[in-house]
Design a protein around this ligand. Structure first.
Ligand SMILES: Nc1ncnc2c1ncn2[C@@H]1O[C@H](COP(=O)(O)OP(=O)(O)OP(=O)(O)O)[C@@H](O)[C@H]1O
Length: 257
């Protein structure tokens, strides 16, 4: 059974120099599974994320998500469905007003989903903050005063607020220091187990992607050039791009024969 099935997705950007950002991309993600997506800068990872999140339209191809023809949803049906597929970006604070509070960011997501009266909303907020390891008083703290790791915890709380089945994490831990990154990855694994979430985990560092992914898809110039179980891919990469990404990480390159 799959939660997400992508078939033949193609997307080009028009403009001065037209770019084929996605070329016949197909992949699948099962419930409770993490698919890592890795590739060099500009290979199309964020474009795939944005097409799946319905932020930009595809030129061709189909997406079935949670049993629905995902690209065919529009208007109210799309608004209602959005909560089931959430995104976390590298710097979520960038999307908010400088004085926005953690609580405000989460409330916005709660409001989109279901209208809760103020007391119920406060309770749900405290519950969501606890789920990501933050005290309830974080609700009142401005996002700009939080550390990078705390901000990502708030972004994750916001993402799970709507009861999603899939979260797309687009370079979500890339800006964090190694120690904090490990803690946020642990949190993601823990939430996945508790909530049965699936993840599409986008990154450019194969050591980080491997730490959380069950399977890994390798992208190059808009195409998926290889897909395999995470450990199999690390042990026996088939594509030049996978070999190059592995060679770029000194700590794991020695483990590849
Ligand atoms: N809005 C846009 N208009 C025109 N070209 C774009 C646009 N967004 C992305 N591109 C181009 O599409 C290609 C894929 O970009 P995309 O951001 O999806 O790659 P990426 O793998 O996520 O890169 P990075 O890791 O640097 O974020 C690149 O050549 C990029 O320059």
């Amino acid at each position: 059974m799959t939660l997400l099935t992508v078939n033949g997705l193609t997307k080009s950007y028009t403009g001065a120099r037209g770019v084929l950002a996605l070329s016949d991309v197909s992949l699948a993600i099962a419930p409770g599974e993490t698919l890592g997506l890795i590739g060099p800068s500009g290979c199309g990872k964020s474009t795939l994320a944005r097409v799946l999140a319905r932020l930009v339209p595809a030129d061709q191809g189909s997406v079935t998500f949670d049993g629905q023809d995902w690209l065919a949803l529009h208007g109210g049906a799309l608004r209602r469905a959005r909560g089931r597929l959430q995104m976390v970006f590298q710097d979520p604070a960038a999307a908010f007003h400088p004085r926005a509070t953690a609580g405000g960011a989460i409330t916005e997501a709660l409001r989109l989903q279901s209208p809760l009266a103020a007391p119920a909303r406060r309770l749900r907020m405290a519950e969501l903050l606890a789920q990501v390891g933050l005290d309830a008083d974080f609700a009142h703290r401005p996002l700009r005063d939080l550390s990078g790791g705390q901000r990502q915890r708030v972004a994750i709380a916001r993402a799970i607020a709507t009861g999603p089945k899939l979260i797309i994490l687009d370079e979500a831990v890339s800006a964090l220091d190694a120690g904090v990154r490990g803690q946020v990855l642990d949190l993601l694994v823990d939430l996945q187990k508790r909530l049965g979430l699936s993840y599409l985990f986008i990154g450019h560092d194969i050591a980080v992607v491997r730490a959380i992914s069950h399977r890994i898809a390798v992208m190059e110039a808009g195409r998926i050039v290889e897909e395999a179980d995470a450990e199999a891919l690390l042990r026996a990469p088939q594509s030049d791009m996978a070999r190059r990404l592995i060679a770029a990480v000194p700590s794991i390159k020695g483990t590849i024969p």
